[in-house]
Design a protein around this ligand. Structure first.
Ligand code: SF4
Ligand code: SF4
Ligand code: SF4
Length: 224
């Protein structure tokens, strides 16, 4: 495990332990870190969120047990990844409707059956995590979708220097959010969680984290 991935593992463990033993509130942490998304991207998902961390570890366990791996092809992922944004919009619309009805209905929506159902679904997604990378984050999490939408304007992010690239495809293959990094020069993808897996998996050190170009298209530069 490269040093940065070891550090990420330790940070994830630390936040999980803080949540379990001292009642650390991850939702409050996500809200507190929200302004930083505009600058640095969605680091909360890659480094803090316990649910993301457990999915990473389930994937690691699946690989260790040599279970078959599911990888959604990029041409399908392009459409499947929209599911979590659709859920986010549906949930937002539901919350707005309930807010219009009054505070009692809103609190019922937040604390009611919808979250019981969600907890059951999370367990299923965690088991699915044995066979594929971050299934809940990729296709279901509305919190990740909300943060991702803010991150597309980020100032710092993943950059790939095409010059030294040998097209091994490792960066795309290892990305837990199934982003086609090897065909991108600057990752502005809303699903990027800043996990640095692409950085540590590149054998030619072509990928780094740094200042992103302006949003205006530059000829010859592709964005993921
Ligand atoms: S996408 Fe959702 S579950 Fe996944 S790490 Fe982000 S907030 Fe946590
Ligand atoms: S593009 Fe790189 S940093 Fe972003 S999610 Fe994929 S592997 Fe992680
Ligand atoms: S891992 Fe590095 S060398 Fe391989 S395709 Fe990606 S950028 Fe190119």
């Amino acid at each position: 495990m490269k040093r940065v991935q070891l550090l990420r593992f330790l940070v994830q463990m630390g936040f999980l332990a803080a949540m379990a033993f001292v009642g650390f509130n991850t939702k409050l942490a996500a809200n507190a870190l929200a302004p930083a998304i505009l600058l640095f991207g969605v680091f909360f998902c890659g480094w803090v969120c316990p649910l993301g961390a457990v999915q990473d570890w389930m994937s690691r366990l699946g690989r260790w047990l040599k279970l078959p791996r599911l990888r959604v092809p990029f041409r399908v992922q392009r459409y499947l990844q929209l599911i979590r944004y659709a859920f986010f919009m549906l949930l937002s619309a539901g919350v707005v409707i309930e807010l219009l009805k009054g505070p009692y209905n809103f609190s019922k929506l937040v604390h009611g059956e919808i979250w019981t159902l969600a907890s059951g679904i999370i367990v299923l997604f965690l088991l699915l995590g044995l066979f594929m990378d971050r299934p809940f984050c990729n296709y279901f999490c509305t919190g990740g979708a909300r943060q991702g939408l803010f991150s597309v304007l980020r100032i710092f992010g993943i950059r790939r220097r095409a010059g030294n690239c040998v097209n091994c495809g490792m960066c795309s293959k290892k990305c837990p959010m199934n982003i086609d990094v090897s065909n991108t020069e600057f990752v502005r993808h809303p699903n990027c969680i800043g996990c640095m897996t692409c950085v540590t998996s590149c054998p030619k050190k072509c990928i780094s984290y740094g200042l992103m170009p302006g949003l205006k298209a530059t000829p010859g530069r592709k964005r993921g």
